[in-house]
Design a protein around this ligand. Structure first.
Ligand SMILES: [Zn+2]
Length: 117
């Protein structure tokens, strides 16, 4: 059987991420589901994507490219390593947040990109 889009009578109105365009959407009363050849649920779709069959292929290819780009970035990060957050800065931020001093918090936030370079 060919992969297909089925329609679910939905009663869980949560935010979903469309498997075809990658955008978040509010699940409506009718929720389109993308199912594979074995009728297994792959993920949900937004209405815009579900009801535009002429765009399925191009949107899926675009999403695949996005995932490939993300995968390349994650592989690169895994190879070069990632510096963990500064524990002193965390303590400083925690104490500053308690004071609710917006000016000092903004100043500290503006310094965050400089200190890592
Ligand atoms: Zn979509």
């Amino acid at each position: 059987m060919k992969p297909k889009i089925t329609l679910l009578a939905n009663n869980a109105f949560v935010k979903e991420r469309c498997v075809m365009c990658g955008e978040y959407f509010e699940a409506g009363e009718i929720l389109p589901e993308l199912r594979d050849e074995d009728n297994e649920l792959i993920d949900y779709l937004c209405d815009t994507c579900a009801y535009e069959p002429q765009n399925y292929a191009s949107k899926l290819m675009e999403q695949a490219q996005c995932f490939e780009n993300s995968a390349a970035l994650l592989r690169r990060l895994a190879q070069i390593g990632v510096q963990p957050p500064d524990s002193d800065r965390k303590l400083e931020l925690e104490s500053l947040i308690l004071t609710r001093d917006a000016r000092r918090i903004d100043k500290l936030n503006s310094e965050r990109t400089r200190e890592t370079r």
